[in-house]
Ligand binder design. Structure first.
Ligand SMILES: [Zn+2]
Length: 260
């Protein structure tokens, strides 16, 4: 059987039989693909850690009849910080599910691979505001797929945006000026500060990104816009996104209790 090497991140895994797993990998070389990890659930298997969600490994795979087979692997990072914190684990899981949903199989895209790997590393450092990393990744992944939202001018009339009374329409894929803001049923009100913040999320280098400090209003509007826009582009809701919603609601309740 021919073999090949791949730099891989695990996006999804399911159990197969008594001891095996089928994993969905995002590889730098061949894009997204499914592979079998034989014996990965046996105690002491070298494939065990490498086939956990969002682990990054260098793998050797053999080309199989239907699915390729992982023959060797060396874990580069298992991101223990992300596994030890429910807030971070939920976000890393979401990044993987979103990527799995948005990427076609066997279409090599090293940019998306690097984007995801970088987001996982940054998430480990973003204990204060992990959603900065999540939203930056959402925007950049959407841009890679050709779905970058239009933030420069009104998506409907092309007119300039005013400082006040703008909106965002997930189905139109961009911002609406004050004159057009009632023309889309799904329009979400948006402050000028939020549009500036969305621009920063889409383009900031890692250190600048980690240092961003949006107002609570801009953070909430950004979360709302991207939640609906991602759902629109992904064609359905993601399980991990629903779980993240519940964590965010809990966190904001605790925040309000501690303030009030
Ligand atoms: Zn307009």
């Amino acid at each position: 059987m021919p073999v090949y090497n791949a730099d891989a991140i695990v996006l999804h895994r399911i159990l197969l039989g008594e001891t095996d797993k089928i994993v969905t990998l995002l590889t730098r070389e061949k894009g997204k693909l499914n592979a079998v990890a034989k014996g990965a659930r046996r105690a002491g298997s070298r494939l065990s850690g490498a086939t956990e969600l969002f682990t990054h490994s260098q793998m050797q795979l053999a080309v199989g009849k239907s699915l390729d087979i992982i023959s060797q692997c060396q874990v580069a990072s298992s991101f223990p910080t992300l596994r030890g914190d429910l807030e971070l684990l939920a976000r890393a899981t979401y990044l993987c599910e979103l990527t799995d949903r948005m990427i076609e199989e066997r279409e090599p895209n090293p940019e998306v691979f690097d984007l995801l790997l970088s987001a996982l590393y940054l998430l480990q450092r973003a204990q204060e505001r992990p959603d900065l990393i999540v939203h930056a990744y959402e925007l950049r992944l959407l841009a890679e797929r050709g779905y970058m939202p239009q933030l420069e001018a009104c998506v409907r009339c092309g007119g300039a945006l005013q400082r006040r009374q703008s909106a965002f329409s997930p189905s139109l894929g961009g911002v609406l000026c004050s004159g057009c803001r009632f023309s889309a049923q799904d329009a979400i009100a948006l402050h000028a500060e939020t549009i500036t913040f969305l621009h920063a999320l889409a383009s900031a280098d890692p250190e600048t990104l980690l240092a961003l400090a949006p107002s609570p209003a801009a953070a909430a509007e950004t979360a709302r816009c991207l939640r609906w826009y991602v759902r629109y582009r992904a064609d359905r809701d993601l399980k991990s996104a629903e779980f993240l919603d519940s964590l965010r609601v809990q966190a904001s309740r605790q925040h309000n209790v501690s303030r009030g």
